[in-house]
Design a protein around this ligand. Sequence first.
Ligand code: IPM
Ligand code: MN
Length: 355
Amino acid sequence: MVVDNKKHRIAVIPGDGTGPEVIREGLKVLDAAAKKFKFQYETKIFDFSGERYLKTQKLIEASDIEELKKYSAIYLGAVGHPDVKPGILETNVLLKLRFALDQYINLRPVKLYNPAFCPLKDKKAEDIDFVVVRENSEGLYKGMGEFRDKGTKNEVAIQISYNTRKGVERCIRYAFEFTRKRNRKKKLTLCGKTNVLTYAWDLWQRTFNEVAKEYPDVTTDYAHVDATTMWFVKNPEWFDVIVTDNMFGDIITDLGAMIQGGMGIAAGGNINPEGVSMFEPIGGSAPKYTGKNVINPLAAICALGMLLEDVGEARAGKAVEDAVIKIVASKLKSLAAGKMGYSTTEIGDLVVENL
Ligand code: IPM
Ligand code: MN
């Protein structure tokens, strides 16, 4: 519900690489949306970049997390710097935020806006329109495990998938609620690997079946993760909402991004339904395109649309998405960096004009 005179406080983390460029366009759209839909907002920029880390060795601290908890939402550009060893920023910025703010859902809509940009043959826009609900706080991402006899010929590396009943249930419950509210096909598919991962997926399957009893209006389905990737390519129209664990969700949503037209358009939300959520384009920091004004800002702009909906500005969020749909359908030559027929800033302007 839109609360009159409420001022949305948005924490902005431009991050690395092309992050600041796409966020700049997103903020341009935010400003236009605020004027059109008459809501108040303020932003504060937080520099949690690789650049800052290289200069100061600083990452995200406990006090930063406390500060971020005071915001209505977080808008994130990209994480990853070519001069910082892989893993440091990912773990200490992106995953740190997701975990510390208990953003236990990673919501990734997969929607084709223009069939011309779909790598699959003969797919219409309405054939690719589903949402992946990825568990975002547990599983293989928990960071549990150990080395045994590291560096020797007998070395063993163990990486644990950690699944709690509470963690699995809250994710599944969110997915059922989401499917019901979305009200499209009202079908929820559990994507797992019950045939091999017999501990984790036994818990997931049991929990899914139990929670399903409370949602008789939602049709349920199950697909193994390997088969899911096959269906994404063969019959994406079968899906409505998919719920899965952290690792599988990570993998299948990159494929999802490709069938919706690529990283240039794929957005996601890290959701804490009871707390502060964070919205981001799901592509990386794209160092090779940095500073060239060629990166596609639409993924970041779509992420802004999701953010607006989350803070109670659903009409504005929908208008942003509609403007994106319009220009993707009629103006852009491609969704790929450097090939769009427009620069990064021109695309931001086009969205504003079509709002
Ligand atoms: C994503 C990314 C992250 C993930 C990386 C950067 C840690 O790939 O958001 O999907 O694995 O979750
Ligand atoms: Mn990923």
